[in-house]
Design a protein around this ligand. Structure first.
Ligand SMILES: *Cc1c(COP(=O)(O)O)cnc(C)c1O
Length: 365
């Protein structure tokens, strides 16, 4: 079986170091907000060349706390993409604000920046671009619009640790960058975890307070917060992996290039493309086909996993239709949802496996 992600291969390669890092935490017994969380925060901040990084419990909370720190509240509107994981818009609804969806570009699967301005109303307070599958959204236009209308920009970098846009790392361009350390992400722990990076001292201070019950001085509480701290054991594991993230992303890019070369002549599918100025880190390798279900079936028969990210765009999700009513058609998101299929992708995937997967796909007409 070739899985979507094989976490065992990476663990076995790093076993000595990771086991020692975990054992050290157990020995130190500083389990909550200990030295590994503080060191990882410093290392992730330094990696991005920003002054602040704040560890939180997961990527969803990273987005939620960043929105709160940016002042998003009930009644506000936040513009985002409908073609993403639910968490991106769920956090907006959680704050009783409203996610407003602008359709995507079918070539990058990212929000179509030309469709953002028409969605802006007096209630609009922020934009959440998602760097989907590891490729940056059109941040130049997004930042221009945000500047013109004084909107906050919260980057959802859950799938894009280490991706670049015009040379800049994703997460360093907007007001805050939000990461997930879910095990299968490009930088993944062995459980849940997340982080917010920012150059804004006030946003950093607020997130630090919110993640710890609204407290910056122990047992003094200035706001209604959360219990949303990054776990010390996860931080210790993530520090081992952070040292290798560029190598891992380079392997993903090499694997994507091998896939593209092996399926170059296949006229029945559309391969992923790298937009000008973007360095894609291929969290997912996602192709399009009018015959997606046949591809999935052929892959399955050959013991190859595949997945559909995402089968239902957010404007059509039951939860949001219930809250906000039926949405207008967002044609590109809807057609992508019907055609996309993601193939196995992880740094340790071998060239032989890629050739085998591509062969199976090339034989489906
Ligand atoms: C994974 C993911 C999240 C949520 O991260 P969790 O750590 O699972 O809470 C948010 N947005 C996107 C685009 C994701 O892929």
């Amino acid at each position: 079986m070739i899985p979507m992600v094989d976490l065992k291969r990476q663990y076995h390669a790093l076993k000595t170091e990771i086991d020692a890092a975990v054992a050290d935490v157990l020995e130190q017994t500083q389990f909550i907000l200990g030295p590994n969380v503080a060191n990882l925060e410093n290392e992730v901040a330094a990696y991005h060349g920003l002054p602040y990084a704040i560890g939180v419990a997961n990527g969803t909370d990273a987005l939620l706390l960043a929105l709160r720190a940016c002042g998003i509240k009930a009644g506000d509107e936040v513009i985002t993409t409908p073609f993403t994981f639910i968490a991106t818009a769920e956090v907006v609804a959680e704050l009783n604000a409203k996610p407003v969806f602008a359709d995507i570009r079918p070539d990058t699967f990212n929000i179509d920046s030309r469709l953002i301005e028409e969605k802006i109303t007096k209630k609009t307070k922020a934009i959440i671009p998602v760097h989907l599958f590891g490729q940056a959204a059109d941040m130049k236009t997004i930042m221009e619009i945000a500047g013109k209308y004084q909107l906050k920009v919260i980057e959802d970098c859950a799938q894009a640790f280490g991706a670049r846009y015009q040379g800049q790392l994703t997460g360093t361009i907007g007001d805050a960058g939000c990461f997930s350390f879910f095990p299968s992400k490009n930088l993944g722990g062995y459980g849940d975890g997340g982080m917010v990076i920012t150059q804004n001292e006030d946003i950093a201070r607020q997130i630090k307070m919110l993640r710890n019950h609204g407290s910056s001085v122990r047992y003094h509480h200035a706001a209604v917060g959360y219990n949303s701290r990054l776990d010390e054991i996860q931080a210790a594991i993530l520090r081992v992996k952070l040292q290798r993230i560029n190598q891992y992303n380079a392997s993903r890019r090499r694997n994507a290039a091998a896939y593209c070369k092996a399926m170059d002549n296949n006229k029945n599918i559309i391969l992923p493309t790298e937009a000008a100025g973007c360095e894609h880190v291929y969290h997912q390798f996602t192709i399009r086909s009018g015959n997606r279900d046949a591809l999935a079936e052929a892959l399955k028969e050959n013991n190859i996993a595949s997945a559909v990210y995402y089968p239902v765009p957010l404007h059509q999700q039951e939860v949001f239709v219930k809250i906000y009513g039926q949405s207008a058609k967002l044609a590109q998101s809807e057609s992508c949802a019907g055609e996309v299929i993601s193939l196995p992708m992880f740094p340790e995937l071998t060239y032989e496996e890629i050739r085998f997967i591509a062969d199976v796909i090339n034989h489906v007409s």
